[in-house]
Write a protein that binds this ligand. Structure first.
Ligand code: HEC
Ligand code: HEC
Length: 348
């Protein structure tokens, strides 16, 4: 009996030590610091519920640039959201998905998402974690299912490893895929433009043209493109004639309310120099085109924002060619070169 016990103990002992040799401990997975720039408001995203960690971020980044999230193995998030252009789909008027399928809207820039209340041009998505479901499952975007994606990822040791390091439950599932993607995109903060450096007194100064443009901007544009995020996050009709191809009526698709017809989310203007073409359907190629719209192209309709209706019956925001040039010079101070070249967010 004694002998038996003894042998048993040796057996357990060796089993343990050989297990130890093979066991690769889960590496430390430290939280990343999520710095809120001093000139920014409080984030809307509850960081404490899904704090970005080293491994979660790495996993989210890998997923973001991986075509396996799409049915054709090609169309990754990064295919439509390209860093050089503040994560928009450069030159594409509306986005292109699998097999060249055309979407109906211009890809939005991805930055400062932690500070946004709702997502997409019409606010159809109420939480950042849920946003990827739309492109992943949309036929004209990635046209894939989560169960298929999970099957593909389970076959890859790197993913198995990363999921187990990034999340306590170690599982490859929909929830963790979404959380990892959020940990990646939520870190994308663009806050180092010339404008920011001036706002934070970091030694930069506006040129005379930019300063004049800023004054005009505060007067004519900032009621909607408000504050340091350059959006009040409301939905407005800025007088674009209804497009004839997509017939996109905006916010009414979400609320069903007539009063929301032709309203779209006021977009941020950060990095606007890089995110052409402009508007929800990419109808304008240049900032000059945009300003010509505001001065001369506003179309009246029941939901047109009252800001554009003048007492004398005319429509739009009057601006001279010189004033337009000054406003554009100001808008270009919102370009953040540090952000578009930040290696943390680069594919390679
Ligand atoms: C086929 C091109 C395409 C792909 C692929 C794509 N997106 Fe997008 N993305 C868009 C378009 C277009 C919009 C605007 C959608 C709308 O308004 O309905 C958008 C909007 C967004 C927004 C909302 C931004 C805001 O300010 O409201 C986020 C976040 C986003 N995408 C993240 C992702 C992630 C993460 C993936 C990968 C899972 C992804 N996208 C894949 C084209 C794409
Ligand atoms: C009444 C609110 C309002 C005012 C005032 C306003 N905008 Fe806009 N702006 C919007 C909305 C809403 C959109 C998005 C419309 C769409 O795509 O359907 C937009 C879109 C834009 C875009 C395109 C952004 C992109 O990502 O494609 C630019 C650039 C722009 N505005 C600049 C300006 C400038 C400059 C002024 C002042 C001369 C101005 N806006 C005044 C509400 C406003």
């Amino acid at each position: 009996m004694k002998v038996f016990l003894y042998i048993g103990m040796i057996f357990i002992g060796t089993a343990c030590s050989s297990d130890k040799d093979q066991y690769t401990p889960i590496p430390e997975n430290p939280k990343l610091t999520f710095d809120i720039p001093s000139n920014f408001p409080k984030p809307t995203y509850d960081i404490s519920k899904n704090p970005p960690t080293e491994k979660g971020f790495e996993l989210g980044k890998k997923l973001f640039f991986d075509g396996k999230l799409a049915s054709d193995g090609v169309v990754s998030c990064g295919f439509c959201h390209i860093q050089d252009f503040a994560f928009t789909h450069h030159t594409h008027i509306v986005s292109h998905g699998v097999d060249g399928a055309l979407g109906t809207r211009n890809a939005q820039p991805l930055h400062n998402l932690a500070f946004m209340k709702e997502f997409t041009w019409d606010g159809a998505v109420a939480h950042l974690d849920l946003q990827p479901i739309v492109p992943i499952t949309a036929e004209v975007e990635m046209n894939e299912t989560f169960s298929n994606i999970i099957k593909k990822l389970e076959k890859e040791p790197t993913y198995v490893q990363l999921f187990s390091e990034a999340f306590k439950d170690q599982k490859i599932n929909t929830d963790n895929i979404l959380k990892a993607l959020s940990q990646f995109v939520v870190m994308m903060i663009s806050s180092n433009s010339k404008y920011d450096k001036i706002e934070r007194n970091e030694g930069s100064v506006f040129t005379e043209e930019e300063a004049l443009g800023f004054d005009l901007f505060k007067n004519k544009c900032a009621s909607c493109h408000q504050g340091t995020l350059f959006t009040d996050q409301s939905y407005r009709n800025n007088g674009l004639p209804l497009d004839t191809i997509y017939n996109d009526k905006g916010r009414i698709r979400v609320t069903g309310l007539d009063e929301d017809r032709l309203k779209f989310k006021v977009p941020t203007l950060r990095n606007i120099e890089l995110t052409f073409p402009y508007m929800h359907d990419g109808r304008f190629k240049t900032l000059e085109n945009v300003l010509d719209h505001y001065s001369d192209g506003i179309k009246d309709s029941e939901t047109l924002d009252p800001i554009f209706k003048k007492e004398n019956g005319t429509l739009g925001i009057p601006m001279t060619p010189l004033e337009k040039q000054q406003i554009i010079a100001f808008l270009k101070t919102l370009t953040d070169d540090d952000f578009i070249t930040d290696d943390r967010f680069s594919e390679f």
